[in-house]
Write a protein that binds this ligand. Structure first.
Ligand SMILES: N[C@@H](CC(=O)c1ccccc1NC=O)C(=O)O
Ligand SMILES: [Zn+2]
Ligand SMILES: [Zn+2]
Length: 213
């Protein structure tokens, strides 16, 4: 019997020394703790990186002291049907008017593509944020997760984190730093699991989209 293999798109950044970093974040460092030699049969590495480096899932603990850490969040929001919304025409924020609400009605997971091309190799301080009103409307439609190809749902200089707060109100989950350059607007299956980091306010994820057959 013939069974089609669904296509898989990797929507994650590579983690390395040229991964764009939130200002002030520690550099990514991979060190070799052991190397293959006549005395040692294996290579063993150790990694240093900020938890919001590259493609990552914010844990509720990032924006609330009462929120769950990465190790303690349910995984269901991170796996399942998902809509990719093309909002490349947006300006400083993705606003209600930038969204095609016919395709977003009832969506459980929504990923926003704001970039024409992901800013590989440099930090873009003028990335597009998402308006809290957009999050509120998605929450009313039953959304569990919101993702973006930028480093944050709120502007870099935000002190109030209004959009993250709106997410908290609906107990939704957040993905940031996605790479959606090769992804057309439409429906997919999302798979993007955070690591079970105890006390973690975020975790790197390997995020993929799978074709719906
Ligand atoms: N808002 C960003 C991250 C963030 O706020 C941040 C990440 C690393 C170091 C400092 C940060 N914010 C500091 O003011 C995020 O949601 O991932
Ligand atoms: Zn983050
Ligand atoms: Zn965030």
């Amino acid at each position: 019997m013939f069974r089609a293999t669904p296509r898989i798109w990797d929507i994650s950044q590579r983690i390395g020394t040229s991964t764009p970093l939130w200002p002030g974040e520690p550099p990514v460092r991979l060190s070799r703790r052991a190397e293959i030699s006549s005395d040692c049969p294996v290579n063993v590495g150790a990694l240093t990186l900020g938890l919001h480096t590259g493609t990552h899932a914010d844990a509720p603990l990032h924006y609330s002291n009462a929120g769950a850490a990465s190790a303690d969040t349910q995984l269901a929001p991170y796996i399942g049907p998902c809509v990719v919304a093309d909002v490349r025409g947006c300006h400083a924020r993705v606003e209600i008017g930038d969204c095609d609400w016919d395709t977003l009605a009832g969506a459980q997971r929504v990923l926003f593509r704001t970039y024409e091309r992901f800013p590989y190799g440099h930090w873009d301080e003028n990335f597009a944020a998402i308006a809290p009103e957009v999050v509120a409307r998605l929450r009313e439609g039953g959304a569990l997760l919101i993702g973006t190809d930028t480093p944050s749902l709120d502007p870099q200089n935000s002190k109030t984190m209004d959009t993250h707060k709106e997410v908290l109100r609906g107990d939704m989950r957040i993905l940031e730093g996605l790479v959606l350059d090769d992804i057309s607007a439409g429906e997919y299956e999302l798979i993007s699991l955070p690591l079970a980091i105890e006390g973690g306010d975020a975790s790197p994820v390997r995020a993929v989209l799978r074709e719906l057959l």
